[in-house]
Design a protein around this ligand. Structure first.
Ligand SMILES: NC(=O)c1ccc[n+]([C@@H]2O[C@H](COP(=O)([O-])OP(=O)(O)OC[C@H]3O[C@@H](n4cnc5c(N)ncnc54)[C@H](O)[C@@H]3O)[C@@H](O)[C@H]2O)c1
Length: 366
């Protein structure tokens, strides 16, 4: 029976899923934080389920003599040395869709918070100031929302914004006209979006093409008084340029869940009253945490029991039917040995080689 270690805090339902799937599981939610004990224990496990606290370094991977799969409940895998895992033939999976709705809802919450200056109005009221005239807001109805990135999260934001009677214009080079039509958004070029949007919300990965996509030059092309929301990745906005644009009034307000440096502690943007900040809370709801935990337990179990690969970052997806054909030297569908590192070096198909796990235009799986 394959054995899995859960070394971070994960829902009890996830632990039950492992058991129901015939996988032995050790739930040791504090082990990942204790480097020495983690190193000592890892050798006995076939699978590892983590969140962000366990650091799966090269050293841990070297000691993981039986490990075949690492599953991250969530998206970010900065805490896993993927090249080291790949060299050893260990599959690294994440759960890219479990928190899409939650993150989209955070972006919408940030938009309303900006429109009505909710954090400042709250602080002022608690300070017994009752400043009714100071907090004149704006409606979102009939306003234009500029969506940069129309993938899993962006498309949910668009759906909610359309429901709020907003006009949505989307810039995403991979968005097809058909998909734009289904989403009820207008596909536009970036300059057009910048010129027309009352609110701009970012939902792209951080890659070379998107780094500082909002910078001094692009911010200068925005409608004066635009409000900007970033619940995607720090680094998509040039923070110095945003600071200047907020000071000058070119940008009326910004709501940021993500920062260039995280944890963000001494960010100059904190000085500005027209900035709303949250500490990377995009995925932080009970529903999202439960979703990603269940999803990772299902994915790890499926790989260990049938060889099925889903949402791997270093290997293409393989169905349970295809898996036995690819498992070297075995008629059993079970991945009794890790897949050879050479097979993990196969180039990923285009649709999975970026940080996107599915075609940007596919319907999000919830
Ligand atoms: N704040 C949080 O806690 C939190 C939670 C989940 C996801 N995220 C982040 O949200 C972002 C979006 O996630 P997702 O699941 O929707 O990803 P996704 O891959 O489904 O969508 C990203 C979209 O960006 C588009 N894109 C790629 N290059 C682009 C470019 N140059 N210009 C414009 N669009 C481009 C892609 O075509 C795709 O449609 C990611 O950066 C992800 O890491 C943040």
């Amino acid at each position: 029976m394959p054995k899995v270690l859960v070394s971070d805090k994960l829902s009890p339902t996830a632990v039950q899923i492992f058991k129901d799937n015939g996988v032995e599981v050790d739930y040791l939610p504090d082990l990942g934080k204790d480097k020495e004990k983690f190193l000592e224990a890892i050798g006995q496990y076939d699978g590892l389920a983590i969140r962000s606290a366990s650091k799966v370094t090269e050293k841990i991977i070297a000691a993981a003599t039986n490990l075949k799969v690492i599953g991250r409940a969530g998206i970010g895998v900065d805490n896993v040395d993927i090249p080291a895992a790949t060299k050893k033939g260990i599959i690294v999976m994440n759960t890219p869709f479990g928190n899409s709705i939650t993150t989209a809802e955070h972006a919408i919450a940030m938009m309303f918070a900006l429109a009505r200056q909710l954090p400042e109005a709250d602080a002022s009221t608690r300070a017994s100031k009752w400043e009714k005239n100071r907090f004149m807001g704006v409606e979102v109805t009939n306003k234009t929302l500029g969506l940069i990135g129309a993938g899993n999260i962006g498309s949910i934001v668009a759906d909610r914004a359309v429901g709020l009677k907003m006009k949505v214009v989307a810039y995403d080079p991979f968005l097809t006209p058909e998909r734009a039509q289904t989403m009820g958004v207008e596909k536009v070029e970036l300059d057009d979006l910048l010129a027309r949007a009352d609110f701009i919300t970012l939902h792209t990965p951080l890659i070379d093409a998107t780094r500082n996509i909002l910078n001094a030059e692009t911010l200068a092309k925005t409608k004066k008084g635009v409000r900007i929301i970033n619940c995607a990745r720090g680094g998509l906005i040039d923070e110095d340029a945003l600071y200047q644009a907020l000071k000058s009034g070119q940008v009326a307000g910004a709501a940021l869940d993500v920062f260039l440096q995280e944890p963000a502690e001494n960010n100059p943007l904190f000085e500005l009253p027209n900035v709303i900040c949250t500490p990377h809370l995009g995925a932080s709801t009970t529903e999202a945490q439960e979703n990603v935990a269940l999803q990772v337990a299902e994915q790890i179990s499926a790989y260990l029991m049938t060889g099925e690969i889903t949402n791997a970052l270093n290997f293409p997806s393989i169905s349970a039917e295809e898996a036995p054909l690819l498992t070297p030297g075995s008629s059993s569908p079970k991945p009794s040995a890790p897949l050879p590192a050479s097979s993990l070096k196969r180039p990923l198909p285009a649709s999975r080689s970026s940080s996107r796990a599915v075609s940007p235009n596919s319907t999000p799986s919830r």
